[in-house]
Design a protein around this ligand. Structure first.
Ligand SMILES: *[C@@H]1O[C@H](CO)[C@@H](O)[C@H](O)[C@H]1NC(C)=O
Ligand SMILES: *[C@@H]1O[C@H](CO)[C@@H](O)[C@H](O)[C@H]1NC(C)=O
Ligand SMILES: *[C@@H]1O[C@H](CO)[C@@H](O)[C@H](O)[C@H]1NC(C)=O
Length: 159
C-alpha cells in the first residue's frame, strides 16, 4: 500500500473515533438517542457524580436551538429500571435553566446554562447505597415537538 495513503487512512480513522469519544465525554457519558431531533445537545454534565440524595446537585447543559425553545417547553427526565419507567419528571425548561441564568425564552441558537437543583429525599429512601438508573432526557416544545433527546446512566448515592 502507498505509505501516504496508509497514513491518511490511519489519521482519518483515528481522528473520527477520537471525535466520537470527545463528544461522549462532553455529554458526561450520555449519548444522543436513536432518532432525529432538531436541536443538538453538545454538553451535558451532572455534579457531583454520583448525585447525592438530599444535597444540591449541578447540571450543565449546552446546545444549539435550531428550532427555538419556546416558553412552556419541558425538560423531562425519565428513569428506567430494566426497561420499565420508574420515575418521570417534567420541569419547565425556561423556569429551570433560562431565568435562573438571567436570560429569557424563546432561546435561539447556541445556549449554555448551569444551574443548581435540590434532590428530593424521603423517609422511604434506602441508606448508604448507590443506585444506577438508565435515564433519558427530552426537551419538548409546547406544541409537542421533541427538540432534543439524550440518554445514559445516572448514579444516585443515598447517604
Ligand atoms: C414529559 O413530562 C410530562 C409531565 O411529567 C408528561 O406529561 C409528558 O408525557 C412527558 N413527555 C415526554 C415526551 O416524555
Ligand atoms: C448563562 O450565564 C452565564 C454566566 O452568567 C453566561 O456566561 C451565559 O452567556 C449565559 N447563557 C445564556 C444563554 O444566557
Ligand atoms: C456504607 O457501606 C459500605 C459498604 O457498602 C460500608 O463499608 C460502610 O461501613 C457503610 N457505612 C455506614 C455508615 O454504614
Amino acid at each position: 500500500m502507498n505509505i501516504l495513503l496508509f497514513i491518511f487512512l490511519f489519521f482519518t480513522t483515528f481522528s473520527s473515533s477520537s471525535t466520537l469519544i470527545s463528544r461522549q465525554e462532553a455529554l458526561g457519558g450520555f449519548k444522543p438517542c436513536v432518532g432525529t431531533f432538531p436541536n443538538e445537545i453538545t454538553t451535558y454534565g451532572l455534579t457531583p457524580n454520583p448525585i447525592i440524595i438530599g444535597q444540591m446537585g449541578t447540571v450543565h447543559i449546552a446546545g444549539k436551538a435550531t428550532v427555538p425553545i419556546e416558553n412552556g417547553a419541558l425538560y423531562n427526565t425519565t428513569l428506567f429500571h430494566e426497561n420499565q419507567v420508574i420515575h418521570q419528571h417534567g420541569h419547565e425548561f425556561c423556569q429551570m435553566f433560562v431565568i435562573p441564568n438571567g436570560s429569557t425564552c424563546p432561546i435561539n441558537g447556541d445556549y449554555d446554562f448551569t444551574i443548581n437543583f435540590p434532590t428530593e429525599s424521603s423517609t422511604n429512601d434506602p441508606v448508604n447505597i448507590s443506585v444506577e438508573s438508565d435515564a433519558r432526557i427530552h426537551i419538548i416544545n409546547p406544541d409537542g415537538n421533541i427538540l432534543s433527546c439524550i440518554e445514559g446512566k445516572i448514579t444516585f448515592q443515598y447517604p
